[in-house]
Design a protein around this ligand. Structure first.
Ligand code: MG
Length: 249
């Protein structure tokens, strides 16, 4: 099932996307989905970020291929940082460069939470997950190197494109993800290469931090990061989810 969030006229709604048709749901897609007998055509709506996170918890250096490529040791526990809700944008929205010298893409497999989660075991972790989406962990690489923490390098406005939908029925341990810069394939990985998979991340994060419905975990980027210039397009494609496309203003 593909959950979308969109605007139509002056309204913002959630719905279930089936082909070119959206069935409206009542309120938010948690704690359970209540379908209404109302429909829109996909072409009539403007897709928005498919969730409204209170925060994004992002993970660094979480693919074996990326550790190898960067000559970094494989981490023994997840390395986390935050991206604020103010950095979130939706499909086709413009990424704004706030004045850095190098603005990078990072294709990431995004996890959307459906129930408040604290001290969750790995065994129970997926019960707290609504589904999966494409996430671009946009990064000001020069500021990441220069600053002692990453608030502006990772958290500037527009640095968290999310979408186009939340797919509820894929296997988070076996999903193919690709990243395309101006149409050219730059990143390709299967989530079976993750150092810490989704259950381990939900369990680890919630030891310390309460996750709320709509929150997002960005699980880390694989090998193949690189810079974007003004006018460039970056697309993240996850098998079963779809394609998130954004252009740099
Ligand atoms: Mg990242």
């Amino acid at each position: 099932m593909k959950i979308v969030r969109y605007s139509i006229g002056s309204k913002t709604e959630y719905g279930i996307l089936d082909g070119e048709q959206i069935q409206v749901i009542d309120g938010k897609p948690y704690p359970e989905i209540k379908k209404l007998n109302q429909f829109h055509k996909l072409s009539e709506v403007k897709l928005l970020a498919p969730c409204e996170p209170s925060k994004v918890v992002a993970i660094g250096l979480n693919y074996y291929s990326h550790c190898k490529e960067t000559n970094n040791p494989v981490p023994t526990e997840p390395m986390m940082f935050y991206k604020p809700s103010s950095s979130v944008i939706g499909p086709e929205e413009k990424i704004q460069n706030p004045g850095c010298d190098r603005l990078d893409w990072e294709s990431e497999f995004g996890v959307v939470i459906k129930a408040q989660a604290k001290k969750v075991s790995e065994k129970d972790a997926l019960k707290y997950v609504l589904g999966y989406t494409c996430f671009n962990d946009v990064t000001a690489r020069d500021w990441q190197a220069k600053d002692s923490q990453w608030s502006r390098a990772k958290g500037s406005d527009t640095f968290s494109p999310i979408g186009p939908c939340i797919e509820t029925d894929i296997d988070p341990g076996n999903a193919l993800m690709e990243g395309y810069h101006n149409g050219e394939l730059k990143q390709k990985v299967n989530t079976n290469d993750l150092v810490f998979g989704v259950p381990a991340l939900v369990s680890y994060i919630t030891k310390f931090i309460t996750l709320y419905p709509g929150d997002v975990i960005a699980t880390g980027t694989p090998a193949g990061i690189g810079p974007m210039k003004s006018g460039d397009t970056f697309e993240i494609k996850i098998e079963g989810v779809g394609t998130l496309r954004n252009t740099v203003a």
